[in-house]
Design a protein around this ligand. Structure first.
Ligand SMILES: Cc1cc2nc3c(=O)[nH]c(=O)nc-3n(C[C@H](O)[C@H](O)[C@H](O)COP(=O)(O)OP(=O)(O)OC[C@H]3O[C@@H](n4cnc5c(N)ncnc54)[C@H](O)[C@@H]3O)c2cc1C
Ligand SMILES: NC(=O)c1ccc[n+]([C@@H]2O[C@H](COP(=O)([O-])OP(=O)(O)OC[C@H]3O[C@@H](n4cnc5c(N)ncnc54)[C@H](O)[C@@H]3O)[C@@H](O)[C@H]2O)c1
Length: 452
């Protein structure tokens, strides 16, 4: 077994790991990076970026259909799935081709294979044992094991993004981000979609009233949403078609499908790391870290992003912020830094998108004397001008301080407009401050003045 020694060994090449590896190398340290799949990580290869290409196709269809007979006319409009797949690859293939070389160019040693700890200061990859002063674990998340018969018949989100064709009947297990984003795409392609969600609301981290509005719009687009439905098994028939069994209000039901997709949550990807051998404590929510993102049991080890138990949403912006702090803390001789998350906006890139930042209505009512501004905005000029008709907002304002406690948006450009609220909330702008700001007109941003 060969060996080598480094200042820092980074496990993974997603947004958190790539920042930590490259910035630490720029400080002159000897760095190695280990990746078990293609270099580039989830966000760039199997998550945010390729997903947004697919969503853009569905969104474009929706906008053109909405504008038909008002803004445009057309004979035929459709998604060509093969073409879409090829276009997606123009974003992911260059990452696969160039990512590993980009580390090497910076003087970072790269290793391909699954990393696992052999001791508190040693990691193994293939036949090599590598020792290091520090380790960074950025191994991300993986689909939650469903633990049901027929689980191997269910495709994961990464598989979905490689499909060259979409059959007629598609069932999604779970009604969270992944299912609802992909469901909107598949439905605009023309397939019949069923979403089986075991809780009583899809997209449970978003505003209930806006989610209802979105669900009604989805129902008009061949997306059947079944709530309180827990998937219990998937079976394959001799003709290759699938049957999904689920429990709905204590009744066993079943539905036929040609394709079943997993959207039932993701868990920290730590099983292969042999964290016990590395003296790194972990639990169901991932690697236990302190406020400085250092392992609570092995001071050589830091972790961030989806694999770390930070209690924060598992998103790329949180992974990036945590990585920024890890770079400062890895070799800090004295005071270490904590992440400054501010308020974290979240967006489900459904069609149309739904977005949120800050408190939910229930949280705000529990802790504050709150003014709730809530409206269906489908009749507002900005929305009508696009031909679209699914839009709304809810903004929560503290009556005493006039501060914005939470903002919830649905409709065209919600994914962009939510960032205005995030900035206003992070820097403590009051609703009156926002109201008194001149925004360019006519824009969706200028609607914000009417919402506060
Ligand atoms: C379909 C989908 C869509 C998403 N869309 C969005 C979005 O729109 N916006 C958003 O903010 N977030 C989105 N996310 C979440 C986002 O992708 C993650 O939060 C982000 O990628 C986390 O980054 P990370 O650095 O923790 O690790 P990842 O990006 O998950 O990278 C981890 C890397 O570690 C490697 N690895 C794992 N174990 C080992 C090992 N033992 N040895 C070596 N290598 C290993 C993996 O192969 C992978 O390359 C999406 C996720 C998915 C699945
Ligand atoms: N736009 C984005 O930012 C974005 C997009 C995709 C993924 N992500 C990240 O990836 C994570 C995983 O996404 P996800 O959609 O898989 O998870 P999720 O946590 O958003 O939703 C999973 C849903 O599945 C349901 N569920 C679980 N088991 C079930 C079962 N057996 N039968 C029926 N329903 C079941 C849960 O009640 C939940 O509503 C997200 O939490 C997020 O961190 C983010």
């Amino acid at each position: 077994m060969s060996s080598a020694h480094f200042d820092l060994i980074v496990i993974g090449t997603g947004p958190s790991a790539s920042t930590v590896a490259k910035k630490t190398r720029a400080e002159g340290k000897r760095v190695a990076v280990i990746e078990e799949r293609e270099f580039g990580g989830t966000c760039a290869l199997r998550g945010c970026n390729p997903k947004k290409v697919y969503v853009n196709a569905a969104d474009l269809i929706d906008r053109v259909v909405g504008g038909r007979g008002k803004l445009v006319d057309y004979e035929q409009l459709r998604i060509d799935w093969q073409q879409l797949l090829q276009f997606k690859k123009t974003f992911t293939d260059p990452v696969i081709e160039k990512s590993e070389a980009s580390y090497r160019k910076k003087g970072i040693e790269t290793f391909s294979g699954t990393a696992s700890f052999a001791a508190a200061d040693t990691v193994r990859v293939g036949s090599q044992a590598l020792t290091s002063e520090r380790f960074f674990v950025g191994t991300g998340a993986r689909p939650r094991p469903l633990g049901i018969p027929g689980e191997s018949l269910v495709l994961h989100s990464g598989d979905f993004l490689e499909l060259s064709e979409i059959p007629k009947r598609v069932v999604f297990i779970g009604g969270g981000y992944i299912s609802m984003e992909f469901a909107c795409v598949v439905a605009r392609y023309g397939a019949h979609v069923t979403v089986l969600q075991h809780g009583d609301q899809i997209l449970s981290s978003f505003d209930k009233d806006l989610v209802t509005q979105l669900s009604d719009y989805c129902a008009e687009h061949q997306i059947e949403i079944q709530t309180r439905s827990e998937v219990t098994a998937v079976q394959q028939r001799s003709d290759q078609s699938l049957v999904v069994n689920y429990k709905k209000a204590d009744q066993m039901e079943s539905i036929e499908a040609d394709l079943v997709i997993h959207g039932a949550g993701r868990v920290p990807n730590v099983d292969d790391l042999d964290l016990q051998a590395g003296e790194v404590e972990f639990g169901e929510q991932g690697i236990k870290v302190d406020a400085f993102l250092r392992s609570v049991t092995n001071p050589r080890v830091f972790a961030a992003g989806d694999c770390a138990d930070t209690g924060k949403p598992r998103l790329t912006p949180t992974a990036n912020e945590e990585a920024r702090v890890v770079v400062k803390n890895l070799f800090a001789s004295q005071s270490m830094q904590q992440p400054d998350y501010g308020v974290i906006p979240r967006v489900a890139f459904t069609v149309p998108s739904i977005a949120a930042v800050g408190m939910s209505e229930a949280e705000a009512r529990k802790s504050h004397d709150v003014d709730v501004h809530h409206e269906d905005t489908s009749t507002w000029g900005s929305v009508r001008k696009t031909g679209q008709r699914c839009a709304g907002y809810k903004v929560l304002i503290d009556k005493q301080t006039n501060l914005i406690l939470g903002a919830h948006l649905l409709g065209p450009a919600a994914e962009e407009t939510i960032n205005l609220f995030a900035m206003a909330m992070k820097f403590g702008l009051t609703a009156n401050d926002v109201k008194s700001t001149l925004f360019a007109f006519p824009t969706f941003a200028s609607d914000v003045r009417k919402m506060v």
